[in-house]
Design a protein around this ligand. Sequence first.
Ligand code: ZN
Length: 164
Amino acid sequence: MGDPVTAAMVATELVEETGKLAKARRKLLDYMRVDHVRGCWLVQVGMTRNGYGQMMVDHERDLTHRWSYRAFHGPIPAGLVVRHACDVRNCVNPLHLSIGTQSDNIRECVARGRFAKNRGGAKLGWPEVEAIRASSETNTALAARYGVHRLTIGEIKLGRTWIR
Ligand SMILES: [Zn+2]
């Protein structure tokens, strides 16, 4: 503890461990179940109509992915949103979360084919979907071939989209 920098860092850590974000971190780790296919940390607490998790820590209510961002990465800058790289709304894996604007969010959703169900401008049709499901190629290789996001391929293979 001779080094003042180290001592200060340890002191900061101790404060954080008893703070609100440390509680949030513990709660999230307690509530989540790992989806081993996608690496998502799924929570089923305080589910909103839109499919987001929600929880209360020290009288403050916030969405679980926002708690996760705050607890594992840091503050969310004003006017920005926390986005899911995996597109799974109740996922709280900090590695799947990033900061962006609402319009980034919408643009990416379109690019990923979340709106492909509408078929307007969709890159895939049933023949492609069937070929993807039958293929033993990696999701990355298939994504490159069909010009869609790798996670879109994953969703198709798991039967979460393109359901007959
Ligand atoms: Zn995820």
